[in-house]
Ligand binder design. Structure first.
Ligand SMILES: O=C(O)CCC(=O)C(=O)O
Length: 273
């Protein structure tokens, strides 16, 4: 697996998370969506709570009415028991440890994303994750950041509803020049176009996890269906390295000290840390 990761820049692990873990995460995501709707309804910004809509449609009318005022990403909301079992899954941390060494942190940008249908703001342009860290201009070399980046969908992710696309092998090209566009950073076309014919769809089902290099060229396609493509993206890093970001994330594995996140209660208490 590490060899595939080194050669291709990614690996897809089918059926990695069991139904218990995925059902719990989905229930947490449903609760987050419920709170969003209820908050805006209580503030008078929504005429109703759309309680009869299923999870993969509930937020559609919310975004139609509130546009950029509706949250596009959730981060601190993920400090719940269900997400503890997901981010700190022992088998996944074993894998992260085998890639990164004995000191592993959950990197600060861990997100739950509802990719809303037909809204261009949710199309994630071709980028390298390392460019986002680079854009903080914290100094330091993002080439040596040492992360394993992860992505999983809570619903089937297909080309039509905006799965990710990867260009295998591009993690070896170093950090490409990029430009800040309205919503996202984008790799400059002169550096991207020669590689585009090799782009492949990364289609996943709930339970699958995708591991990819922080230099891999990738994008999130637009969602052209009627339903929301819910997904989670997160990263593990060698915790002996600096994050090169304003925050430190959370220690997940370490030898012999007590600072690592140990339990769901501990994880819940660390919101906003
Ligand atoms: O979820 C998507 O569509 C794109 C996510 C992404 O680009 C990332 O996790 O780095």
């Amino acid at each position: 697996m590490q060899r595939t990761f080194e050669e291709q820049g990614f690996v897809v692990l089918k059926g990695f998370f069991d139904a218990r873990v995925m059902n719990a995460v989905r229930a947490e995501a449903e609760a987050i969506a419920e709170r969003v709707v209820r908050r805006f309804h209580a503030e008078g910004a929504l005429p109703e709570t759309y309680a009869d809509l299923p999870f993969d449609r509930r937020l559609v009318p919310v975004y139609r009415q509130l546009g950029p005022h509706a949250p596009a990403l959730f981060n601190q909301e993920l400090h719940t028991a269900g997400f503890f079992d997901f981010f700190f899954h022992p088998g996944l941390l074993d894998l992260a440890e085998s890639f990164l060494g004995h000191e592993v942190r959950l990197y600060p940008n861990y997100y739950l994303r509802p990719k809303i249908p037909g809204d261009d703001a949710f199309r994630v342009l071709w980028h390298q994750d390392a460019a986002y860290t680079d854009s903080y201009k914290a100094g330091g070399d993002v080439d040596v950041l040492r992360t394993v980046n992860c992505w999983a969908s809570l619903v089937p992710a297909r080309r039509a509803n905006g799965c990710m696309q990867f260009i295998p092998g591009t993690h070896r090209l170093g950090l490409a020049p990029y430009t800040k566009q309205k919503h996202y950073l984008e790799i400059d076309r002169a550096h991207l176009d020669p590689h585009l014919p090799r782009a492949i769809d990364i289609e996943t089902d709930p339970g699958d996890v995708v591991l990819f290099h922080n230099m891999l060229f990738h994008q999130g396609l637009p969602n052209q269906t009627e339903t929301i493509r819910w997904s989670i993206d997160w990263r593990y890093q060698d915790a002996t390295q600096p994050t090169l970001r304003p925050s430190n994330g959370h220690l997940a594995r370490t030898r012999g000290d007590e600072r690592a996140v140990r339990s769901a209660q501990d994880w819940i208490a660390r919101a906003c840390a």
